[in-house]
Design a protein around this ligand. Structure first.
Ligand code: FAD
Length: 338
């Protein structure tokens, strides 16, 4: 266990929680909805709860069950940064995440698996984990605590050592940006088609408008550097064959296992952000690869809980900041070499 102060999570008192989250008319029981880290994103409404725990076989992660022992946490007040969490526990966890990658060496369905499309599907799992790992490393190096001066700030050596010197890790980070951006665009399409029931609630009007604004901005900038990275990802080329559908099922199972392993992270703040992001990637995979064709506009394309949508948006925030930090470290290096 990590006993460092930087590892802890500051919780909110009841009176600090925005009233709108406690209003009964929002369909949310008073005092039981929020960003708790036992009940990570709070109590889903009964509709969402049944959607997320009904044994849907298109879920890529385990969502925490409702508990009234949850606490409220402001993500903004607990930024992801250097905590000092390291050593065997952290290393074993990362390697057990990678161990769940059974795809790279396994020929699961015969020689057809060797074609290039399937190879990219086999790489998907490792890319997401490696990109997530690179993003965590980038955040901790960007908000690093200098133990001598006790000042927080970017640590270039830390970044180069963990991420910058590894083109494959950088590629995975961009890949994750592209995946989550694509998922957000799909979410936007479903919202426009009124397929996401969550946004029918009065409390969700502002969130809906803000979310659509974000998604429009993502779609609008074809020449933007980040937008180019978005195009690294094209789901239409993936999971098209019967064999690759088997791979997808396996991927789902293994990602689900990782979402459970995250509970073993021995640092509260790292676990908080790891849970947010693994849930966010799981939601992105669900949106991108599990969208069912809808027969009418009233049938939900992908059933999502509030926790999943909140995790997706926050994961996009994290991966976007990582991409920004990579640009920062890159320009720092360029300025030093000229
Ligand atoms: P680690 O980062 O632990 O990496 C272990 C090994 O994995 C490396 O030696 C390398 O061979 C390989 N590797 C490294 N990066 C990649 C990659 N991108 N792709 C593929 N392989 C790779 N610490 C914090 O300070 N703040 C946090 O918020 C935080 N969150 C964490 C969340 C999780 C889920 C976990 C498991 C750990 C977290 N940590 C956090 C700890 C941090 O990630 C490191 O484990 C710790 O700093 C020790 O680093 P290390 O040098 O031993 O290498």
């Amino acid at each position: 266990m990590c006993c460092n102060r930087a590892c802890s999570v500051d919780t909110l008192d009841d009176d600090e929680i925005p009233a709108i989250w406690r209003q009964p008319e929002a369909g949310i029981a008073e005092g039981s909805y929020g960003f708790g880290y036992n009940d990570m994103f709070g109590l889903p409404s009964s509709l969402e709860y049944s959607a997320s725990t009904s044994g849907n076989d298109n879920d890529y992660c385990e969502l925490d069950k409702y508990t009234d022992k949850g606490v409220y946490v402001s993500l903004a007040a607990n930024p992801e940064r250097f905590t000092g969490y390291a050593g065997p526990n952290a290393n074993i966890l990362w390697s057990s995440f990678y161990d769940e990658d059974c795809f790279s060496n396994t020929n699961m369905a015969g020689d057809d698996m060797e074609d290039s499309a399937t190879t990219s599907e086999q790489r998907l799992f490792r890319s997401i984990i490696s990109g997530f790992h690179a993003s965590v490393s980038t955040h901790l190096c960007y908000s690093y605590l200098n133990q001598t001066t006790q000042e927080w700030g970017p640590n270039q050596k830390c970044f180069e050592f963990r991420v910058g010197n590894f083109p494959d890790r950088l590629n995975s980070l961009y890949f994750n940006y592209a995946l989550v951006a694509r998922a957000l665009v799909k979410l936007g399409e479903q919202i426009e088609r009124n397929e996401i029931e969550l946004f029918d609630q009065p409390a969700a009007i502002t969130s809906k408008a803000k979310l659509l604004e974000l998604i429009e901005a993502l779609k609008e900038k074809p020449s933007d550097n980040l937008s180019t990275k978005r195009h690294l990802f094209d789901e239409k080329r993936m999971f098209q064959t019967f064999e690759s559908q088997l791979l997808k099922r396996e991927l789902r199972k293994r990602f689900y296992k990782i979402s459970q392993l995250v509970d073993c992270v021995g640092c509260d703040r790292c676990r908080l952000w790891a849970k947010v992001q693994i849930t966010g990637y799981a939601t992105a995979l669900k949106l991108v690869f599990e969208e069912h064709p809808t027969e009418s506009a009233n049938v939900a394309g992908t059933r999502l809980s509030k926790s999943e949508v909140a995790a997706l948006v926050n994961t996009f925030n994290k991966i976007s900041h990582s991409v920004q930090a990579v640009d920062y470290f890159r320009s720092l290096r360029n300025s030093q070499s000229t």
